[in-house]
Design a protein around this ligand. Structure first.
Ligand SMILES: [Zn+2]
Length: 330
């Protein structure tokens, strides 16, 4: 088949698909001007999970971020929908708006109180991961001593299952993730994690973690950070290498996309460089490139060339995360 057909097929697929980016990577403590979200909207993304807090910052700052981000989105109703349900996403796509919900990176945001899960859910948080690189009250972080899931972590999972918030194992230590996936009654995700078998990095996940996630019915969102994908490598080829590895191991219906894109990359690089506690020097050296949302159409074309079927590609672009959200959100 000539190349022109591949390009056309990819363009059509991208237009028809629900495009879901499961995690943004900009500094949540930034001033609340979210104009840059237009980059996702203009790139054809339909749903974006916006990070509002992580273990590095105080939980009060997380609440302040939520207040500011919610207010900003509500002041721009012509371009954005702060969604509550899965149906709101399809409605936003039809109306040509970017659907947005929030995520938390680490359970320090709960300040030790399980009841905070419900509060965050009411404010639009639809997924929360355990620990951000270092250990916390709930379990182990991926760059810390691997302590496993704690009683508090188990109580949080029960509450997340009850409320309908997605249990997210990215940034978390191996043993904690395996125990959390065993314990959760609802599908569990790795919102933004690459495969260790493709590139060795402490933030990437092993094959047994990938298989266990698929067994829960969950999805692994491939991360677009150059240092996690390879040697600061944000080529579409390498991104699709990670997709293909997870698809081969666990099935294409368990792969998604979470670019972790930071439009304020210099801020993020500075943050990482100046805090070797959360970002140990042996894992984080030198600035990273970020795969931008504008590159998504090229990734689709790369998947077409790699032999993925139309149905598989639509699932990877968003259908798979949508399936999990349908099963878990309330
Ligand atoms: Zn992250």
């Amino acid at each position: 088949m000539p190349d022109i057909d591949i390009g056309e097929r990819a363009r059509k697929l991208y237009q028809e698909a629900l495009v879901w980016d499961d995690h943004s990577g900009f500094d949540p403590a930034c001033q609340p001007d979210l104009t840059n979200l237009q980059r996702w909207a203009k790139s054809g993304v339909n749903y974006l999970s916006v990070n509002v807090g992580y273990d590095v910052i105080d939980w009060r700052t997380t609440l302040a971020n939520l207040a500011a981000f919610r207010a900003w989105l509500q002041q721009h109703p012509e371009d954005y929908t702060l969604i509550k349900t899965v149906d709101d996403i399809a409605q936003a796509k039809r109306a040509g708006k970017l659907a947005v919900a929030f995520d938390l990176e680490g359970m320090n945001a709960l300040d030790g109180d399980v009841n905070m899960v419900n509060v965050y859910y009411a404010l639009g948080v639809r997924q929360m991961l355990f620990a951000y690189n270092l250990n916390n009250l709930a379990g182990g972080g991926c760059h810390d001593r691997d302590v496993g899931l704690t009683d508090f972590g188990r109580a949080v999972i029960r509450e997340m299952n009850r409320v309908g918030m997605l249990v997210d194992c990215s940034h978390t230590a191996h043993r904690t993730t395996m125990e959390a996936m065993e314990y959760s009654e609802a599908p569990v995700i790795f919102s933004h994690s690459c495969a260790k078998a493709v590139w060795q990095h402490g933030r990437n996940i092993t094959d047994d973690q990938i298989k266990a996630c698929a067994k829960t019915g969950g999805v692994i969102g491939i991360n677009g950070i150059g240092n996690f994908l390879g040697e600061n490598d944000i080529t579409s080829k390498t991104f699709v290498d990670h997709i293909a590895h997870v698809a081969e191991l666990a099935g294409a219906e368990h792969v998604g996309i979470a670019l972790d894109y930071a439009f304020d990359a210099e801020n993020v690089d500075g943050l990482v460089e100046n805090n070797s506690k959360y970002w140990p020097k042996e894992e984080y050296h030198g600035p990273s490139d970020y795969l931008p949302p504008e590159q998504l159409p090229e990734i689709v074309e790369t998947m077409v060339r790699r032999g993925f079927s139309d149905a598989e590609i639509k699932g990877i672009l968003g259908g798979n995360f949508l399936r999990v959200a349908k099963a878990v959100w309330k």
